[in-house]
Design a protein around this ligand. Structure first.
Ligand code: GDP
Length: 307
């Protein structure tokens, strides 16, 4: 076991696989989760990135699917559909218990960070998971049909509308979660998990206090590219990166994280393009960055812990 203070900045599906690898390789670490895709659905507050981290580290996640609890059932959603509700966002029955609990705690006046730590304790997770802010910060996609919440763009509209821009609504006034700031300032290593830069990592960094804590921290800062060659490994990162004016390559990821990271892990297949990353004044290490089983998750975690 490597004893260093590690903080992982995390989004959803790509990040979860690395978190599972990190859990196997190093016992304790803090996850600072994106909140930009949080939204209200059927009167419940849903935090997809926080939840995939919780379920992954509790050993409950359906990581292959990328969201939810493995083996969950969908009785509540079917009944909501029977009542005429829109059910484009999949919520399993056990997953709904999470959102009911969180929403009730919010109604009692508790903060998202405290509630997330309650989940860690009750699900017997030995790592800490914290949202980057307790405040409302939502990623909106500017599309040809008008601005829409990220979930409406990606889940309801299958990522199909043309995109002209991206906004992090609420980021201006959002206060960084204080324990997340402390963890970043004290970290030996900050790992930017493989994630969609536009909808997972940049919303976290759009919180001024988080951005400053990352910049100020003496930690070694390592990002994992979510892109190999000219394509992201999954999801809408390509379309969204183009919409903010960059091509989907590891070098563009380096440009977006410039000043925040020391080194970016790129795939061995991109070794010949290492100079493009280095031209952005970010170091590059190549290796196998594709995670398709537990061994490759651990292998990438080791690279991220050692780079
Ligand atoms: P989302 O909310 O599901 O889009 O979650 P993320 O922000 O975590 O985005 C997933 C990102 O992770 C995508 O851009 C993928 O290209 C990337 N990704 C998925 N699987 C892997 C993998 O095995 N390795 C790496 N390096 N990146 C991955």
């Amino acid at each position: 076991m490597i004893e260093v203070k590690v903080v992982a900045l995390a989004g959803g599906t790509g990040s979860a696989k690395l978190l599972r690898g990190l859990k196997a390789e190093t016992g304790s670490f803090t996850v600072v989760s994106n909140v930009g895709d949080n939204f209200w659905n059927h009167g419940l507050y849903v935090c997809p990135d926080v939840d995939i981290a919780l379920y992954t580290l509790a050993g409950l996640a359906d990581i292959e699917k990328g969201w939810g609890i493995a083996g969950d059932t969908y009785n509540v959603l079917r009944q909501l559909a029977a009542l005429g509700e829109e059910t484009w966002f999949n919520l399993g029955d056990r997953d709904i218990a999470t959102h009911v609990f969180r929403t009730e705690q919010l109604a009692r006046g508790n903060r998202l960070g405290d509630i997330t730590l309650m989940f860690c304790e009750r699900l017997k997770i030995s790592q800490r998971i914290l949202p980057c802010t307790d405040d409302r910060l939502e990623t909106y996609i500017d599309t040809e049909l008008g601005p829409m919440h990220l979930q409406e763009f990606w889940v309801k509209n299958h990522g199909e509308p043309g995109v002209t821009g991206v906004e992090y609504r609420g980021s201006d006034g959002a206060k960084a979660e204080s324990r997340a700031v402390e963890a970043l300032e004290e970290a030996d290593r900050i790992i930017f998990c493989p994630a969609n830069p536009v909808t997972s990592i940049l919303p976290i960094l759009s919180v001024d206090g988080i951005r400053r804590a990352v910049a100020r921290s003496k930690a070694r800062k390592v990002a994992v590219s979510p892109v190999i060659g000219d394509s992201p490994i999954s999801g809408p990162a390509g379309k969204l990166m183009r919409a903010i004016g960059v091509s989907p390559t590891a070098a563009s990821v380096a440009r977006l994280y410039k000043g925040m990271v020391d080194v970016i892990l790129i795939d061995a297949a991109d070794e010949s393009r290492r100079h493009e990353v280095e031209a952005e004044e970010v170091g590059a290490r190549s290796g196998s960055i594709l995670m398709n089983d537990r061994e490759s998750e651990r292998g990438l975690a080791r690279l991220a812990l050692e780079a």
